[in-house]
Design a protein around this ligand. Structure first.
Ligand code: NAP
Length: 268
């Protein structure tokens, strides 16, 4: 692959995905929108998935087109396998192939500020999106990538798999489940389709900024515990997440990569 370098918004951006196709789930909001825009800046045509944030997804499509790339809009509730099958048919019919899938959708249970607020409905909701939905996505799109001969899947995890989540234990369980899926499908699909997990620390997305605890001291507490001394926005994390889908990561599969400014610093 030819790797070119160009300047976007005064930041040097490596063009690692020239001529490739990328699907990003949850790309109508936050981190997913940033990953979709970055993939386009790096040369990819992008399928922009959303569930309910249609206006946000249309804005992401505009960002992709502003980068000179083709974009398609796809909608699905990923807790439904039937809807995922329909979405897969749409993406493959339109693009002909899919080189990269970024499973960014995640239900963080942001409305839950304490473990004491847990009820059965919120446990079922989070696990059905984060585990069952991510599994459907890997299964359906990964099978098609295997048939086409190659592909890369990046599952968005979180540092909650290292530190747990005293606020929402079911969210940590969901993200831990994603590690099990990552390792299992990495072995199933190797060597043709790679499957890895990207674990960001806190990201200042709209969802984070809306959180009650974020505005009452949590942000400052985390910054004090982070050696890099700041909490980045989604654009800064997007290139690191896409590294796992790039040719530079060609020998990585079933692997888990943390990007958190030194907050966790796990041992080998
Ligand atoms: N923000 C952080 O600090 C942080 C830290 C570590 C990891 N992460 C992870 O990064 C990812 C994105 O987070 P974010 O901050 O950008 O949050 P966000 O804006 O709330 O994004 C969540 C996305 O998931 C989609 N979604 C939720 N349930 C769905 C379902 N059943 N079917 C299809 N789509 C569904 C939403 O789509 P619609 O809006 O279209 O319904 C939304 O775009 C998540 O996996 C999160 O766990 C975030």
């Amino acid at each position: 692959m030819t790797v070119e370098k160009e300047t976007v918004a005064e930041q040097p951006v490596w063009r690692r995905f020239v001529g490739r196709t990328v699907l990003v789930t949850g790309a109508g909001t936050g981190f997913g929108a940033a990953i979709a825009a970055r993939a386009a800046q790096e040369g990819a045509d992008v399928a922009v998935h959303y569930r309910s944030s249609r206006a946000g997804a249309e804005a992401t499509v505009e960002r992709v087109r502003a980068a000179g790339r083709d974009a398609i809009l796809v909608q699905a509730d990923i807790s439904s396998w039937d809807q995922i099958k329909r979405m897969a048919a749409e993406v493959f019919d339109r693009f002909g192939r899919l080189d990269v899938l970024v499973n960014n959708v995640g239900d963080v249970a942001t409305e839950q500020m304490s473990w004491r607020d847990i009820d059965e409905a919120v446990i079922d909701r989070v696990l059905s999106v984060d585990i069952k939905g991510t599994m459907f996505m890997i299964h359906e799109f990964g099978s098609r990538m295997l048939d086409q001969g190659q592909g890369a899947i990046v599952n968005i995890a979180s540092t909650v798999v290292v530190r747990g989540s005293p606020r929402a234990p079911q969210y940590a369980a969901g993200k831990y489940g994603i590690l099990g899926l990552t390792k299992s499908y990495a072995r199933i699909f190797a060597p043709r389709v790679r499957v890895n997990a990207f674990a960001p620390g806190f990201i200042e997305t709209e969802a984070t900024l809306r959180r009650q605890d974020w505005n009452t001291g949590r942000r400052e507490q985390l910054i004090a515990q982070t050696p890099m001394g700041r909490i980045p926005g989604p654009d800064e994390y997007a290139g690191a997440a896409l590294f796992l889908a790039s040719d530079d990561a060609a020998h990585m599969t079933g692997n888990f990569m943390i990007d958190d400014g030194g907050y966790s610093m796990i041992g080998a």
